[in-house]
Ligand binder design. Structure first.
Ligand SMILES: Cc1cc2nc3c(=O)[nH]c(=O)nc-3n(C[C@H](O)[C@H](O)[C@H](O)COP(=O)(O)OP(=O)(O)OC[C@H]3O[C@@H](n4cnc5c(N)ncnc54)[C@H](O)[C@@H]3O)c2cc1C
Length: 508
Protein backbone atom coordinates (compact mmCIF):
# COMPACT_ATOMS: atom_id res chain seq x y z
CA UNK A 1 0.00 0.00 0.00
CA UNK A 2 1.42 3.32 -1.00
CA UNK A 3 -1.22 5.78 -2.08
CA UNK A 4 -4.03 6.67 0.24
CA UNK A 5 -7.17 8.51 -0.85
CA UNK A 6 -9.09 10.24 1.90
CA UNK A 7 -12.65 11.41 1.26
CA UNK A 8 -13.63 14.41 3.38
CA UNK A 9 -11.61 17.11 5.13
CA UNK A 10 -13.48 17.51 8.39
CA UNK A 11 -12.11 16.55 11.79
CA UNK A 12 -11.83 12.90 10.73
CA UNK A 13 -10.31 13.49 7.31
CA UNK A 14 -7.64 15.72 8.83
CA UNK A 15 -6.86 13.14 11.52
CA UNK A 16 -6.61 10.43 8.87
CA UNK A 17 -4.41 12.60 6.66
CA UNK A 18 -2.01 13.27 9.52
CA UNK A 19 -1.88 9.64 10.67
CA UNK A 20 -1.06 8.28 7.22
CA UNK A 21 1.24 11.13 6.27
CA UNK A 22 3.38 10.73 9.37
CA UNK A 23 3.82 7.07 8.54
CA UNK A 24 5.19 8.05 5.16
CA UNK A 25 2.23 7.33 2.91
CA UNK A 26 1.38 9.50 -0.04
CA UNK A 27 -1.99 11.03 0.76
CA UNK A 28 -4.59 12.86 -1.29
CA UNK A 29 -7.63 14.32 0.43
CA UNK A 30 -10.71 14.96 -1.71
CA UNK A 31 -13.19 17.43 -0.26
CA UNK A 32 -16.38 18.43 -2.01
CA UNK A 33 -16.78 21.75 -0.19
CA UNK A 34 -14.84 24.87 -1.11
CA UNK A 35 -13.03 24.80 2.25
CA UNK A 36 -11.96 22.32 4.89
CA UNK A 37 -13.70 21.83 8.25
CA UNK A 38 -16.73 19.64 7.51
CA UNK A 39 -19.46 20.58 9.97
CA UNK A 40 -17.13 23.36 11.15
CA UNK A 41 -16.82 24.90 7.68
CA UNK A 42 -18.11 28.51 7.93
CA UNK A 43 -20.62 27.88 5.15
CA UNK A 44 -22.15 24.95 6.94
CA UNK A 45 -22.89 25.94 10.50
CA UNK A 46 -25.76 28.00 11.81
CA UNK A 47 -25.38 31.38 13.41
CA UNK A 48 -23.96 31.40 16.95
CA UNK A 49 -23.32 27.66 17.00
CA UNK A 50 -20.98 26.39 19.71
CA UNK A 51 -19.60 22.95 20.42
CA UNK A 52 -21.31 20.67 22.90
CA UNK A 53 -18.02 19.31 24.18
CA UNK A 54 -15.73 21.50 26.25
CA UNK A 55 -12.62 22.81 24.49
CA UNK A 56 -9.87 20.71 26.10
CA UNK A 57 -11.92 17.57 25.66
CA UNK A 58 -12.79 18.32 22.00
CA UNK A 59 -9.16 18.86 20.95
CA UNK A 60 -6.81 16.57 19.05
CA UNK A 61 -4.31 14.87 21.34
CA UNK A 62 -1.30 16.82 20.07
CA UNK A 63 -2.84 20.17 19.25
CA UNK A 64 -4.51 21.86 22.22
CA UNK A 65 -7.08 24.55 21.65
CA UNK A 66 -5.80 28.06 22.41
CA UNK A 67 -6.27 29.30 25.96
CA UNK A 68 -8.43 32.24 24.84
CA UNK A 69 -11.05 29.97 23.23
CA UNK A 70 -14.36 29.80 25.03
CA UNK A 71 -14.96 26.77 27.23
CA UNK A 72 -17.49 25.76 24.53
CA UNK A 73 -15.76 27.05 21.38
CA UNK A 74 -17.78 28.93 18.77
CA UNK A 75 -18.15 27.72 15.19
CA UNK A 76 -15.61 30.34 14.03
CA UNK A 77 -13.11 29.20 16.65
CA UNK A 78 -13.52 25.56 15.61
CA UNK A 79 -13.06 26.54 11.99
CA UNK A 80 -9.85 28.42 12.83
CA UNK A 81 -8.62 25.55 14.99
CA UNK A 82 -8.99 23.06 12.13
CA UNK A 83 -7.31 25.41 9.64
CA UNK A 84 -4.42 25.85 12.09
CA UNK A 85 -4.20 22.08 12.62
CA UNK A 86 -4.04 21.43 8.87
CA UNK A 87 -1.40 24.14 8.41
CA UNK A 88 0.67 23.04 11.43
CA UNK A 89 0.88 19.44 10.24
CA UNK A 90 1.47 20.49 6.65
CA UNK A 91 -1.68 18.87 5.29
CA UNK A 92 -3.04 21.69 3.15
CA UNK A 93 -0.99 20.87 0.06
CA UNK A 94 -2.54 17.38 -0.02
CA UNK A 95 -6.14 18.58 0.16
CA UNK A 96 -8.16 19.16 -3.02
CA UNK A 97 -11.26 21.17 -2.20
CA UNK A 98 -14.21 21.52 -4.59
CA UNK A 99 -13.73 17.87 -5.53
CA UNK A 100 -16.75 15.62 -5.11
CA UNK A 101 -16.18 11.88 -5.16
CA UNK A 102 -18.85 10.34 -7.36
CA UNK A 103 -17.94 6.69 -7.70
CA UNK A 104 -15.41 4.08 -6.59
CA UNK A 105 -14.70 0.67 -8.12
CA UNK A 106 -12.18 -1.82 -6.81
CA UNK A 107 -10.28 -3.22 -9.78
CA UNK A 108 -6.81 -4.66 -10.21
CA UNK A 109 -6.04 -4.38 -6.49
CA UNK A 110 -6.78 -0.68 -6.33
CA UNK A 111 -9.68 1.73 -6.04
CA UNK A 112 -10.51 3.58 -9.23
CA UNK A 113 -12.10 6.78 -7.98
CA UNK A 114 -14.20 9.06 -10.18
CA UNK A 115 -14.66 12.62 -9.00
CA UNK A 116 -15.99 15.93 -10.21
CA UNK A 117 -14.15 19.24 -10.16
CA UNK A 118 -16.96 21.43 -8.87
CA UNK A 119 -15.38 24.61 -10.25
CA UNK A 120 -14.74 23.54 -13.83
CA UNK A 121 -17.28 20.72 -14.10
CA UNK A 122 -14.58 18.41 -15.42
CA UNK A 123 -14.29 14.74 -14.54
CA UNK A 124 -11.31 13.58 -12.54
CA UNK A 125 -10.01 10.11 -11.88
CA UNK A 126 -7.69 8.81 -9.23
CA UNK A 127 -6.21 5.46 -8.39
CA UNK A 128 -5.56 4.64 -4.75
CA UNK A 129 -4.21 1.56 -3.03
CA UNK A 130 -6.41 2.27 -0.02
CA UNK A 131 -9.33 4.64 0.55
CA UNK A 132 -10.37 6.15 3.87
CA UNK A 133 -13.96 7.35 4.00
CA UNK A 134 -14.29 10.37 6.31
CA UNK A 135 -17.59 11.78 5.12
CA UNK A 136 -19.11 12.17 8.57
CA UNK A 137 -22.49 11.36 9.99
CA UNK A 138 -23.90 14.88 9.51
CA UNK A 139 -23.39 15.79 5.89
CA UNK A 140 -26.69 15.12 4.17
CA UNK A 141 -29.35 17.50 5.41
CA UNK A 142 -32.62 15.79 6.12
CA UNK A 143 -35.90 17.65 5.59
CA UNK A 144 -38.97 15.42 5.72
CA UNK A 145 -41.53 16.02 3.00
CA UNK A 146 -45.09 17.07 3.82
CA UNK A 147 -48.07 17.61 1.54
CA UNK A 148 -48.36 21.20 0.37
CA UNK A 149 -44.71 22.18 0.89
CA UNK A 150 -44.27 23.39 -2.67
CA UNK A 151 -47.47 25.45 -2.58
CA UNK A 152 -46.28 27.07 0.68
CA UNK A 153 -42.95 27.95 -0.94
CA UNK A 154 -44.60 29.18 -4.14
CA UNK A 155 -46.76 31.53 -2.05
CA UNK A 156 -43.61 33.07 -0.50
CA UNK A 157 -43.16 30.86 2.56
CA UNK A 158 -39.60 29.84 3.38
CA UNK A 159 -38.36 26.44 4.55
CA UNK A 160 -34.75 26.12 5.70
CA UNK A 161 -32.69 23.42 7.33
CA UNK A 162 -31.08 24.59 10.59
CA UNK A 163 -27.63 24.40 8.97
CA UNK A 164 -28.81 27.00 6.43
CA UNK A 165 -29.59 29.60 9.09
CA UNK A 166 -26.15 31.13 8.77
CA UNK A 167 -27.18 34.70 9.57
CA UNK A 168 -29.55 36.18 12.17
CA UNK A 169 -31.00 38.34 9.38
CA UNK A 170 -32.85 35.24 8.22
CA UNK A 171 -34.78 35.14 11.51
CA UNK A 172 -35.24 38.84 12.20
CA UNK A 173 -38.75 40.31 12.19
CA UNK A 174 -40.39 37.14 10.92
CA UNK A 175 -42.97 34.74 12.25
CA UNK A 176 -40.76 31.69 12.75
CA UNK A 177 -41.65 28.06 13.41
CA UNK A 178 -38.84 25.69 14.38
CA UNK A 179 -39.31 21.93 14.10
CA UNK A 180 -37.46 19.53 16.40
CA UNK A 181 -36.03 19.26 19.89
CA UNK A 182 -32.37 18.44 19.27
CA UNK A 183 -29.47 20.85 19.73
CA UNK A 184 -29.83 22.80 16.48
CA UNK A 185 -33.62 23.24 16.77
CA UNK A 186 -33.53 24.54 20.33
CA UNK A 187 -30.47 26.71 19.61
CA UNK A 188 -32.28 28.40 16.73
CA UNK A 189 -35.56 28.74 18.66
CA UNK A 190 -33.70 30.40 21.54
CA UNK A 191 -32.21 32.98 19.17
CA UNK A 192 -35.45 33.51 17.23
CA UNK A 193 -37.28 34.22 20.49
CA UNK A 194 -35.25 37.44 20.82
CA UNK A 195 -35.27 38.74 17.27
CA UNK A 196 -38.24 37.28 15.44
CA UNK A 197 -41.78 38.59 15.57
CA UNK A 198 -42.85 35.28 17.07
CA UNK A 199 -41.28 31.88 17.63
CA UNK A 200 -43.14 28.59 17.73
CA UNK A 201 -41.31 25.38 18.54
CA UNK A 202 -42.96 22.22 17.25
CA UNK A 203 -41.65 19.07 18.87
CA UNK A 204 -42.67 15.44 18.77
CA UNK A 205 -41.08 14.28 21.98
CA UNK A 206 -39.47 16.09 24.89
CA UNK A 207 -35.90 14.88 25.38
CA UNK A 208 -33.58 15.23 28.32
CA UNK A 209 -31.11 18.05 27.89
CA UNK A 210 -28.15 18.70 30.11
CA UNK A 211 -26.89 22.04 31.40
CA UNK A 212 -23.38 23.31 30.87
CA UNK A 213 -23.14 23.43 34.66
CA UNK A 214 -25.05 20.89 36.73
CA UNK A 215 -26.76 22.60 39.65
CA UNK A 216 -25.31 25.79 38.13
CA UNK A 217 -21.95 24.77 39.58
CA UNK A 218 -20.36 21.60 38.18
CA UNK A 219 -19.05 21.66 34.60
CA UNK A 220 -20.73 18.86 32.68
CA UNK A 221 -17.36 17.40 31.71
CA UNK A 222 -16.93 16.04 35.24
CA UNK A 223 -20.25 14.22 35.05
CA UNK A 224 -20.33 13.07 31.45
CA UNK A 225 -16.82 12.60 30.12
CA UNK A 226 -15.20 10.28 32.68
CA UNK A 227 -14.75 6.56 33.14
CA UNK A 228 -16.77 6.97 36.32
CA UNK A 229 -19.82 8.28 34.43
CA UNK A 230 -19.47 5.56 31.79
CA UNK A 231 -19.53 2.86 34.46
CA UNK A 232 -23.20 3.60 35.17
CA UNK A 233 -24.29 2.27 31.78
CA UNK A 234 -24.57 -1.45 31.10
CA UNK A 235 -21.86 -2.18 28.54
CA UNK A 236 -21.25 -5.10 26.24
CA UNK A 237 -18.03 -6.08 28.00
CA UNK A 238 -18.33 -5.43 31.74
CA UNK A 239 -15.23 -4.56 33.77
CA UNK A 240 -14.93 -6.14 37.23
CA UNK A 241 -16.26 -2.95 38.80
CA UNK A 242 -19.20 -2.85 36.38
CA UNK A 243 -20.06 -6.48 37.14
CA UNK A 244 -20.46 -5.57 40.80
CA UNK A 245 -22.13 -2.24 40.08
CA UNK A 246 -24.74 -3.76 37.77
CA UNK A 247 -25.59 -6.70 40.04
CA UNK A 248 -25.48 -5.97 43.78
CA UNK A 249 -25.09 -2.26 43.06
CA UNK A 250 -28.16 -2.06 40.82
CA UNK A 251 -30.25 -0.03 43.29
CA UNK A 252 -27.41 2.47 43.54
CA UNK A 253 -27.25 2.83 39.75
CA UNK A 254 -31.01 3.31 39.60
CA UNK A 255 -30.94 5.89 42.41
CA UNK A 256 -28.08 7.77 40.73
CA UNK A 257 -30.03 8.17 37.49
CA UNK A 258 -33.21 9.22 39.29
CA UNK A 259 -31.16 11.81 41.20
CA UNK A 260 -29.80 13.19 37.92
CA UNK A 261 -33.32 13.40 36.51
CA UNK A 262 -34.55 15.15 39.65
CA UNK A 263 -31.73 17.65 39.43
CA UNK A 264 -32.53 18.41 35.78
CA UNK A 265 -36.24 18.73 36.50
CA UNK A 266 -35.46 21.23 39.27
CA UNK A 267 -32.75 23.17 37.49
CA UNK A 268 -34.79 23.63 34.29
CA UNK A 269 -38.21 23.59 36.02
CA UNK A 270 -39.31 21.07 33.42
CA UNK A 271 -42.79 20.58 34.90
CA UNK A 272 -43.67 24.25 34.46
CA UNK A 273 -42.37 24.01 30.88
CA UNK A 274 -44.49 20.89 30.28
CA UNK A 275 -41.31 19.23 29.08
CA UNK A 276 -40.66 16.31 31.42
CA UNK A 277 -39.48 13.50 29.15
CA UNK A 278 -41.41 10.26 29.39
CA UNK A 279 -38.33 8.05 29.19
CA UNK A 280 -35.35 7.33 31.43
CA UNK A 281 -32.32 9.53 30.91
CA UNK A 282 -29.91 6.59 30.82
CA UNK A 283 -31.79 5.21 27.81
CA UNK A 284 -31.33 8.46 25.91
CA UNK A 285 -27.69 9.32 26.49
CA UNK A 286 -25.89 8.93 23.17
CA UNK A 287 -24.43 11.22 20.52
CA UNK A 288 -27.69 13.12 20.26
CA UNK A 289 -27.66 14.21 23.91
CA UNK A 290 -28.12 17.96 23.70
CA UNK A 291 -26.91 20.76 25.91
CA UNK A 292 -29.72 23.13 26.81
CA UNK A 293 -29.10 26.49 25.17
CA UNK A 294 -28.74 29.29 27.71
CA UNK A 295 -32.21 30.72 28.41
CA UNK A 296 -34.12 28.08 26.43
CA UNK A 297 -36.34 26.79 29.24
CA UNK A 298 -36.83 30.31 30.64
CA UNK A 299 -38.11 31.45 27.25
CA UNK A 300 -40.44 28.45 27.07
CA UNK A 301 -41.86 29.32 30.49
CA UNK A 302 -42.29 32.99 29.62
CA UNK A 303 -43.91 31.97 26.27
CA UNK A 304 -41.29 33.88 24.28
CA UNK A 305 -40.96 30.44 22.75
CA UNK A 306 -44.40 29.06 22.10
CA UNK A 307 -43.58 25.36 22.52
CA UNK A 308 -46.21 23.02 21.09
CA UNK A 309 -46.03 19.28 21.56
CA UNK A 310 -47.23 18.19 18.13
CA UNK A 311 -46.14 17.49 14.58
CA UNK A 312 -46.73 19.04 11.17
CA UNK A 313 -49.66 17.51 9.27
CA UNK A 314 -49.32 19.54 6.06
CA UNK A 315 -48.48 22.91 4.56
CA UNK A 316 -50.96 25.27 2.91
CA UNK A 317 -50.36 28.41 0.86
CA UNK A 318 -50.55 30.54 3.99
CA UNK A 319 -49.16 28.33 6.73
CA UNK A 320 -48.95 25.00 8.43
CA UNK A 321 -51.63 22.60 9.65
CA UNK A 322 -50.62 20.78 12.83
CA UNK A 323 -51.55 17.27 13.89
CA UNK A 324 -53.31 18.70 16.96
CA UNK A 325 -55.75 20.45 14.59
CA UNK A 326 -54.32 23.96 15.03
CA UNK A 327 -53.03 26.15 12.21
CA UNK A 328 -50.09 28.52 12.34
CA UNK A 329 -48.94 31.10 9.80
CA UNK A 330 -45.15 31.31 9.90
CA UNK A 331 -43.13 33.21 7.28
CA UNK A 332 -40.27 30.82 7.87
CA UNK A 333 -40.16 27.17 8.95
CA UNK A 334 -36.76 26.00 10.20
CA UNK A 335 -36.30 22.24 10.13
CA UNK A 336 -34.12 20.92 12.96
CA UNK A 337 -34.73 17.47 11.58
CA UNK A 338 -31.14 16.35 11.44
CA UNK A 339 -29.04 14.59 8.88
CA UNK A 340 -29.01 11.30 7.02
CA UNK A 341 -26.06 9.04 6.52
CA UNK A 342 -25.39 8.09 2.93
CA UNK A 343 -22.44 7.06 0.79
CA UNK A 344 -23.67 7.83 -2.73
CA UNK A 345 -20.24 7.08 -4.23
CA UNK A 346 -20.34 3.43 -3.14
CA UNK A 347 -22.48 1.25 -5.36
CA UNK A 348 -25.09 -1.12 -3.99
CA UNK A 349 -22.96 -4.25 -4.21
CA UNK A 350 -20.35 -2.67 -1.93
CA UNK A 351 -22.89 -1.15 0.43
CA UNK A 352 -24.60 -4.52 0.87
CA UNK A 353 -21.37 -5.87 2.32
CA UNK A 354 -21.06 -3.16 4.95
CA UNK A 355 -24.68 -2.30 5.80
CA UNK A 356 -27.61 -4.48 6.79
CA UNK A 357 -31.14 -4.17 5.40
CA UNK A 358 -31.96 -1.44 7.94
CA UNK A 359 -28.99 0.66 6.81
CA UNK A 360 -27.02 -0.12 9.99
CA UNK A 361 -23.28 -0.28 9.37
CA UNK A 362 -21.41 -3.53 9.97
CA UNK A 363 -17.90 -2.39 10.72
CA UNK A 364 -15.38 -4.04 12.99
CA UNK A 365 -14.38 -1.47 15.63
CA UNK A 366 -16.50 0.94 13.51
CA UNK A 367 -13.53 1.14 11.11
CA UNK A 368 -13.22 -1.78 8.66
CA UNK A 369 -15.15 -4.63 7.17
CA UNK A 370 -12.96 -7.49 5.92
CA UNK A 371 -15.48 -8.08 3.12
CA UNK A 372 -14.41 -4.81 1.48
CA UNK A 373 -10.70 -4.78 0.87
CA UNK A 374 -8.58 -1.66 1.03
CA UNK A 375 -11.33 0.47 2.52
CA UNK A 376 -11.59 2.00 5.98
CA UNK A 377 -13.77 4.50 7.80
CA UNK A 378 -12.72 7.23 10.20
CA UNK A 379 -15.31 9.21 12.13
CA UNK A 380 -17.85 6.41 11.90
CA UNK A 381 -17.39 6.10 15.66
CA UNK A 382 -19.11 9.33 16.77
CA UNK A 383 -18.81 9.91 20.48
CA UNK A 384 -19.13 12.58 23.13
CA UNK A 385 -15.59 13.72 22.20
CA UNK A 386 -15.41 12.88 18.52
CA UNK A 387 -12.12 14.55 17.70
CA UNK A 388 -10.23 12.11 19.87
CA UNK A 389 -12.21 9.04 18.83
CA UNK A 390 -11.59 9.98 15.17
CA UNK A 391 -7.90 10.51 15.83
CA UNK A 392 -7.46 7.17 17.57
CA UNK A 393 -9.45 5.41 14.82
CA UNK A 394 -7.19 7.10 12.24
CA UNK A 395 -4.09 5.78 14.00
CA UNK A 396 -5.65 2.33 14.29
CA UNK A 397 -6.42 2.30 10.56
CA UNK A 398 -2.94 3.51 9.60
CA UNK A 399 -1.49 0.72 11.75
CA UNK A 400 -3.84 -1.78 10.14
CA UNK A 401 -2.74 -0.70 6.66
CA UNK A 402 0.89 -0.91 7.77
CA UNK A 403 0.27 -4.52 8.81
CA UNK A 404 1.00 -3.79 12.44
CA UNK A 405 -2.28 -4.96 13.98
CA UNK A 406 -2.90 -8.55 14.85
CA UNK A 407 -6.65 -8.82 14.56
CA UNK A 408 -8.89 -11.85 14.88
CA UNK A 409 -9.62 -13.82 11.71
CA UNK A 410 -12.56 -12.39 9.69
CA UNK A 411 -14.99 -15.04 11.01
CA UNK A 412 -14.22 -14.02 14.60
CA UNK A 413 -14.68 -10.33 13.76
CA UNK A 414 -18.09 -11.06 12.31
CA UNK A 415 -19.04 -13.12 15.37
CA UNK A 416 -18.04 -10.35 17.75
CA UNK A 417 -19.91 -7.76 15.71
CA UNK A 418 -23.04 -9.91 15.66
CA UNK A 419 -22.90 -10.31 19.42
CA UNK A 420 -22.61 -6.55 19.79
CA UNK A 421 -25.52 -6.04 17.39
CA UNK A 422 -27.70 -8.39 19.45
CA UNK A 423 -26.71 -6.67 22.66
CA UNK A 424 -27.49 -3.25 21.17
CA UNK A 425 -30.93 -4.38 20.02
CA UNK A 426 -31.79 -5.88 23.41
CA UNK A 427 -30.13 -3.43 25.76
CA UNK A 428 -29.68 -0.13 23.94
CA UNK A 429 -32.19 0.56 21.14
CA UNK A 430 -30.90 4.16 21.04
CA UNK A 431 -27.66 2.86 19.56
CA UNK A 432 -29.39 2.37 16.20
CA UNK A 433 -29.39 6.18 15.84
CA UNK A 434 -27.00 7.57 13.24
CA UNK A 435 -27.02 4.25 11.37
CA UNK A 436 -25.43 2.57 14.39
CA UNK A 437 -22.36 4.79 14.18
CA UNK A 438 -22.45 6.32 17.66
CA UNK A 439 -20.31 4.60 20.27
CA UNK A 440 -21.41 6.88 23.14
CA UNK A 441 -21.86 6.46 26.02
CA UNK A 442 -19.20 3.74 25.79
CA UNK A 443 -16.51 6.16 24.69
CA UNK A 444 -13.76 4.78 26.91
CA UNK A 445 -14.62 1.16 26.24
CA UNK A 446 -14.24 1.84 22.53
CA UNK A 447 -11.00 3.81 22.94
CA UNK A 448 -9.57 1.10 25.18
CA UNK A 449 -10.31 -1.58 22.58
CA UNK A 450 -8.57 0.42 19.84
CA UNK A 451 -5.57 1.15 22.07
CA UNK A 452 -5.26 -2.52 23.08
CA UNK A 453 -5.44 -3.61 19.43
CA UNK A 454 -2.48 -1.31 18.81
CA UNK A 455 -0.63 -2.83 21.76
CA UNK A 456 -0.78 0.44 23.70
CA UNK A 457 -1.64 1.24 27.28
CA UNK A 458 -5.11 2.62 27.88
CA UNK A 459 -4.28 5.13 30.61
CA UNK A 460 -1.43 7.59 30.94
CA UNK A 461 -1.51 8.37 34.67
CA UNK A 462 -0.31 6.01 37.38
CA UNK A 463 -3.15 6.71 39.81
CA UNK A 464 -6.09 4.46 38.84
CA UNK A 465 -8.51 6.31 41.12
CA UNK A 466 -7.66 9.66 39.52
CA UNK A 467 -7.85 8.08 36.06
CA UNK A 468 -11.28 6.76 36.90
CA UNK A 469 -12.78 10.08 37.95
CA UNK A 470 -11.06 12.67 35.77
CA UNK A 471 -12.64 13.80 32.49
CA UNK A 472 -11.14 12.52 29.25
CA UNK A 473 -7.82 14.21 28.53
CA UNK A 474 -6.72 14.03 24.88
CA UNK A 475 -3.18 14.98 25.97
CA UNK A 476 -2.93 11.59 27.68
CA UNK A 477 -3.35 9.94 24.31
CA UNK A 478 -0.56 12.05 22.88
CA UNK A 479 1.69 10.49 25.51
CA UNK A 480 0.37 7.00 24.83
CA UNK A 481 0.72 7.29 21.05
CA UNK A 482 4.20 8.75 21.46
CA UNK A 483 5.39 5.62 23.24
CA UNK A 484 3.93 3.62 20.44
CA UNK A 485 5.66 5.65 17.72
CA UNK A 486 9.01 5.43 19.50
CA UNK A 487 8.63 1.68 19.89
CA UNK A 488 7.64 1.09 16.28
CA UNK A 489 10.07 3.65 14.86
CA UNK A 490 7.38 5.25 12.74
CA UNK A 491 5.99 8.72 12.33
CA UNK A 492 7.08 12.23 12.95
CA UNK A 493 8.30 11.56 16.47
CA UNK A 494 11.27 9.70 15.05
CA UNK A 495 11.15 11.00 11.48
CA UNK A 496 11.24 7.47 10.10
CA UNK A 497 8.59 6.96 7.45
CA UNK A 498 7.86 3.30 6.89
CA UNK A 499 7.07 3.48 3.25
CA UNK A 500 6.65 5.96 0.45
CA UNK A 501 5.80 6.19 -3.19
CA UNK A 502 4.55 8.37 -5.96
CA UNK A 503 0.83 8.92 -6.30
CA UNK A 504 -0.88 6.98 -9.03
CA UNK A 505 -3.05 9.82 -10.21
CA UNK A 506 -4.49 10.60 -13.56
CA UNK A 507 -6.79 13.15 -15.07
CA UNK A 508 -5.92 15.97 -12.71
C1 LIG B 1 -23.70 21.70 15.00
C2 LIG B 1 -22.87 20.53 15.40
C3 LIG B 1 -22.20 20.53 16.63
C4 LIG B 1 -21.42 19.44 17.01
N1 LIG B 1 -20.78 19.47 18.22
C5 LIG B 1 -20.05 18.41 18.60
C6 LIG B 1 -19.38 18.41 19.86
O1 LIG B 1 -19.41 19.37 20.59
N2 LIG B 1 -18.69 17.29 20.22
C7 LIG B 1 -18.62 16.19 19.42
O2 LIG B 1 -17.98 15.22 19.79
N3 LIG B 1 -19.24 16.18 18.22
C8 LIG B 1 -19.94 17.24 17.80
N4 LIG B 1 -20.58 17.22 16.59
C9 LIG B 1 -20.44 16.04 15.75
C10 LIG B 1 -19.45 16.31 14.62
O3 LIG B 1 -20.03 15.80 13.49
C11 LIG B 1 -18.10 15.64 14.88
O4 LIG B 1 -17.56 16.13 16.08
C12 LIG B 1 -17.06 15.93 13.80
O5 LIG B 1 -17.01 17.29 13.46
C13 LIG B 1 -17.30 15.08 12.58
O6 LIG B 1 -16.23 15.26 11.71
P1 LIG B 1 -16.09 14.38 10.42
O7 LIG B 1 -14.85 14.81 9.76
O8 LIG B 1 -16.22 12.94 10.79
O9 LIG B 1 -17.36 14.71 9.53
P2 LIG B 1 -17.77 16.08 8.83
O10 LIG B 1 -17.38 17.22 9.64
O11 LIG B 1 -19.20 15.95 8.44
O12 LIG B 1 -16.87 16.11 7.50
C14 LIG B 1 -17.13 15.27 6.41
C15 LIG B 1 -16.57 15.93 5.17
O13 LIG B 1 -16.72 15.04 4.07
C16 LIG B 1 -17.05 15.80 2.93
N5 LIG B 1 -17.70 14.93 1.94
C17 LIG B 1 -18.86 14.26 2.09
N6 LIG B 1 -19.15 13.58 0.95
C18 LIG B 1 -18.13 13.81 0.09
C19 LIG B 1 -17.86 13.40 -1.25
N7 LIG B 1 -18.68 12.61 -1.93
N8 LIG B 1 -16.72 13.83 -1.84
C20 LIG B 1 -15.86 14.64 -1.18
N9 LIG B 1 -16.08 15.08 0.09
C21 LIG B 1 -17.20 14.66 0.71
C22 LIG B 1 -17.98 16.87 3.48
O14 LIG B 1 -18.08 17.98 2.60
C23 LIG B 1 -17.31 17.21 4.80
O15 LIG B 1 -16.40 18.26 4.67
C24 LIG B 1 -21.34 18.31 16.17
C25 LIG B 1 -22.03 18.29 14.95
C26 LIG B 1 -22.78 19.38 14.56
C27 LIG B 1 -23.51 19.33 13.25
Amino acid sequence: MQTIGIIGAGISGLAAAKSFKERGYKITVLEKAAAIGGVWDRNRFYVNVTTQTTKNEYAYSDFPMPEHFHEWPTGDQMNQYLLDYAAHFDLLASIRCNTTVLDMQYEADAWQVAALDNCTGSNLSYVFDFVVVCTGTFHEKYIPSFPGMEAYRAAGGEILHTSEVTDQKLLRDKEVAVVGFAKSATDIATQAADISTSCTLLYRKAQWKVPRFFGNKINLKYLLFSRFSEAFFVPYHKTGFQKVLHSVGKPLVWAQWRAVELLLKKQFRLKQCGMVPGHRIEDQISCSLGIAPEGFYEKVRSKKINAVHTEIESFTTDGVVLKNGARIRPDLVVMGTGFRQSLPFLSGHYLQRICNEQGQFRLYRNIINPKLPALGFVGFNSSLFSTLTSEIAANWLAEYVSGNLSLPVPGEMVKERMLIDRWKKRTRPISSEFSGLCIAPFNFQHLDALMKDMGLKTAAGRNPVYNFFKPINPRDYHQLLKRFRTRKGTGTETGQPVTGGAPALSGN
